[in-house]
Design a protein around this ligand. Structure first.
Ligand SMILES: [Zn+2]
Ligand SMILES: [Zn+2]
Length: 260
C-alpha cells in the first residue's frame, strides 16, 4: 500500500486549521518525510506514525516554513542511535548543517547521525531508488535552490510534488499524463493581479487549472494555501474547473490518500 498524508497544507503563514506544508509518503517498506516545518512529532503522533522511524527526509528548499521543525525532530529522537538520510540541494544542506550546529545536535552519541545526500536535479537519473519507487528532482521557479520531486512507483504510477513554485511551462511538461499532481496553489488569480511579486514565486488556481488540463493530469491536489488572503475553496475549485476536467482533491491537514 502507498499512502500520502498531508501533515500541513498552508503557505509560510499557517492558519488556525492549516499548518505549513509537509507530506509523509509511506509504502509497505519505507517512508519519506517531505519538508519539515513545526511540531513534526505531534503531527506524526496524530496519524499514529512512530516519529522514531523517520529515517529519510526530502527537502524542497530552505525557506523557514519548510525546514524549521528539523531541530525539534532530531532533539526528540534522543539516544536512539539511529541515522537519518537528508536529501536536498547542496546549498540547502549547508543551511541545515548550520541549523543543526546552532542547536548543538551534532553529537551522534545523543542525536541521530545525519547522512547528507546532495541531490542534482535530473529527471533521467533518480537520486533515490528502491524496490517500491524511484525519486527524481527538478528545479522550479521559486527561491534559489528550490526543487520539486517526481515519484515513480513500481506499478508505474507517477506523482509530482512541485514544492513552492511559480507557474511554468517546464512544470507543465514534467506533469504530462501524471497520475497525481500535488501543486503549489497560493490563492485565486485576483490576488496575483494585486500582489505582482507572487507571480515570480507561487501559482494561482486559474493558472493551475490550465496547466493540469494541458498536461492531462489525472488527479490534481492543490496545497500551500495562503489563508491570510480572503477567499473560499469554492472560488479555488471554480477557477480550476474553468479549464480542468480531471479529479480535484482539496486536502485538509491530516488528509490521507491511497495511491495504489
Ligand atoms: Zn512555502
Ligand atoms: Zn518557499
Amino acid at each position: 500500500m502507498i499512502k500520502l498524508t498531508f501533515l500541513g497544507t498552508a503557505c509560510a503563514i499557517s492558519s488556525k486549521n492549516r499548518d505549513n506544508t509537509a507530506l509523509l509518503l509511506k509504502t509497505d517498506r519505507e517512508s519519506f518525510l517531505i519538508d519539515c516545518p513545526g511540531s513534526p512529532v505531534s503531527k506524526l503522533k496524530r496519524i499514529n506514525f512512530d516519529f522514531r522511524k523517520i529515517d529519510k527526509i526530502l527537502f524542497t528548499h530552505s525557506h523557514p516554513d519548510h525546514i524549521y521543525g528539523l531541530p525539534s525532530l532530531l532533539h526528540s529522537q534522543y539516544k536512539l542511535g539511529n541515522r537519518i538520510f537528508i536529501y536536498a540541494k547542496k546549498e540547502v544542506i549547508s543551511i541545515i548543517k548550520a541549523l543543526v550546529k546552532i542547536h548543538r545536535l551534532e553529537d551522534k552519541s545523543r542525536f541521530p547521525q545525519l547522512i547528507y545526500k546532495n541531490i542534482f536535479p535530473d529527471l533521467n537519473k533518480p537520486f533515490y531508488k528502491s524496490e517500491d519507487l524511484s525519486v527524481f528532482s527538478f528545479e522550479v521557479m521559486h527561491s534559489l535552490n528550490s526543487v520539486g520531486f517526481k515519484f515513480v512507483f513500481k506499478d508505474k504510477k507517477t506523482l509530482i510534488f512541485t514544492g513552492d513554485t511559480a507557474y511554468s511551462e517546464k512544470i507543465l511538461n514534467i506533469s504530462k499524463d501524471t497520475d497525481y499532481l500535488i501543486s503549489d496553489c497560493f490563492s485565486p488569480y485576483r490576488f496575483f493581479k494585486v500582489y505582482k511579486e507572487l507571480k515570480r514565486e507561487h501559482t494561482d488556481s486559474l493558472s493551475l487549472g490550465k496547466l493540469a488540463e494541458k498536461a492531462s493530469v489525472k488527479v490534481l491536489v492543490p496545497i500551500h494555501f495562503c489563508r491570510e488572503l480572503s477567499y473560499s475553496f469554492e472560488e479555488v475549485i471554480g477557477e480550476i474547473r474553468r479549464n480542468f476536467k480531471g479529479k480535484i482533491i482539496i486536502p485538509e491537514d491530516f488528509t490521507s490518500l491511497r495511491l495504489d
